[in-house]
Design a protein around this ligand. Structure first.
Ligand SMILES: [Zn+2]
Length: 67
């Protein structure tokens, strides 16, 4: 189980770096500032209205952090 723990820790550190990075740029970590977050499987079905639930479509870190 050591390998699993190492991977989990690695992913956690990666996620923290990502959050820090997005915070510095003022971008929503969920959609990277795009304002939408489309699951690839659903993109072809209904690509029209997919506002990112994290930032409500604004793409801003501030909006994301307030939720
Ligand atoms: Zn977002």
């Amino acid at each position: 189980m050591r390998l699993f723990q190492a991977i989990a820790q690695w992913q956690e550190e990666r996620q923290e770096k990502h959050l820090q990075n997005m915070k510095e740029q003022g971008l929503c970590p969920d959609c990277q500032g795009k304002g939408f977050n489309i699951p690839v499987s659903e993109f072809y079905i209904s690509p029209s209205h997919y506002n990112c639930p994290g930032c409500n479509g604004s793409g801003s870190y501030q909006d994301w952090s307030q939720l």
